[in-house]
Design a protein around this ligand. Structure first.
Ligand code: HMG
Ligand code: MG
Length: 312
């Protein structure tokens, strides 16, 4: 299984705390030594939309490139591609969705508009010899539209293939998919697209990321996204929690006799570079009877998700 470590992008885009550029660079450098095949380092998106990743160019400039590791980034438009070229990325990823509402909220255009925007990106990246990944978000569920029909996902995948995408990442943005839903989609998709061009990207909101990844394995899917420590989410998908944790994916695969070549201790070492900046410390339950906790619309009564501005 090829493990794509998306923590530096999907994880850090969702941290409320500001992580200094130097810490991001140290995080990526440590991940480079963990044995993962690919690292999604950052995103060349609008800094107005995702200020957490506005230092994407500086991060790329500061990291050490290790042989055998591919360094990729998200690009939403031509401007992002030009910034990615200047940063000498190895691979770029465009991103759209199977849900119109989420697409609009995330990249401010329709699905058709996104595909039109991506066409010159795949052409220019192709000329430069860069592979392009295409994410299909909300491939199972959407926070705004609910259940998404597998046929709608296949339609977007086919359109991405038509414009020259090398790989698609089937993405469970809000982490609500079940293994049966994964199988239903892959039953429809696999006859239309080779398994070695499909990656799976599961968020772990309901703790089903590992199960879902294992459900994809018999279909020949051999690329999985994960983030160290389960960092992550999407700022434009309410309720989206972190990606499935890289260590959990590695442990599950190893339990099934699959050697990933990824060293879990090194993943922990990488996370240490972020520890001083993560908001987890503020995610302890506030004192008993706190009016803030009582008012928080996200409270489960068990822990604090940190999404309600509180001073603890
Ligand atoms: P817009 O506001 O329609 O675009 O945003 P615009 O062209 O009007 O630009 C607005 C401003 O941003 C302008 O600046 C542009 O120059 C600037 P101003 O003139 O106002 O100062 N700008 C840029 N700056 C730097 N780099 C760029 C860039 N583009 C514009 N590339 C846009 C449209 C697509 C840009 C915006 O909606 C955007 O950046 N969205 C990104 C949102 C995002 O990153 N979401 C999270 C990633 S997706 C995700 O997490 C899901 C995934 O993990 C899979 C899954 O789990 O489902 C991949
Ligand atoms: Mg994601």
């Amino acid at each position: 299984m090829r493990i794509v470590e998306v923590g530096p992008r999907d994880g850090l885009q969702n941290e409320t705390a500001t992580v200094p550029t130097a810490a991001k660079i140290a995080f990526v450098d440590a991940l480079s030594q963990s044995g993962v095949a690919e690292i999604e380092v950052s995103a060349f998106v609008s800094p107005r939309w995702v200020p957490q990743l506005s230092d994407a160019s500086e991060v790329f400039q500061g990291i050490t490139r290790y042989n055998g590791v591919l360094y990729s980034a998200l690009v939403p438009n031509r401007k992002g591609l030009d910034r990615a070229f200047a940063a000498e990325v190895d691979k770029v990823s465009v991103f759209t969705a199977a849900s119109e509402t989420f697409n609009q909220k995330n990249i401010n255009t329709s699905i058709a508009g996104a595909l039109q925007r991506f066409r010159p990106i795949t052409a220019a990246a192709g000329e430069a010899g860069l592979p392009v990944r295409g994410y299909v978000s909300t491939a199972f569920w959407c926070a705004f539209e609910g259940k998404i029909a597998p046929r709608a996902v296949v339609r977007v995948v086919e359109q991405l293939m038509d414009i020259g995408i090398a790989e698609v990442a089937i993405s469970d943005t809000i982490g609500k998919a079940t293994p049966d839903e994964v199988r239903r989609l892959l039953d429809l998709l696999i006859p239309r697209m080779a398994a070695d061009r499909i990656a799976v990207h599961f968020h772990d909101t309901y703790g089903r990321g590992v199960e879902n990844m294992l459900a994809a394995w018999p279909y020949g899917i051999r690329t999985v996204d994960a983030s160290a420590g389960g960092l992550g989410g999407c700022p434009y998908a309410p309720g989206a929690s972190g990606n499935v944790a890289t260590g959990d994916v590695v442990a599950a695969l190893e339990a099934h006799g699959v050697n990933t070549g990824v060293n879990r201790r090194q993943l922990d070492r990488a996370l240490e570079h972020l520890a001083p900046y993560r908001t987890d410390d503020r995610r302890k339950l506030p004192p008993d009877g706190s009016p803030l906790c009582a008012a928080c619309p996200h409270s489960t009564g068990e822990n604090c998700c940190g999404r309600y501005q509180n001073p603890f």
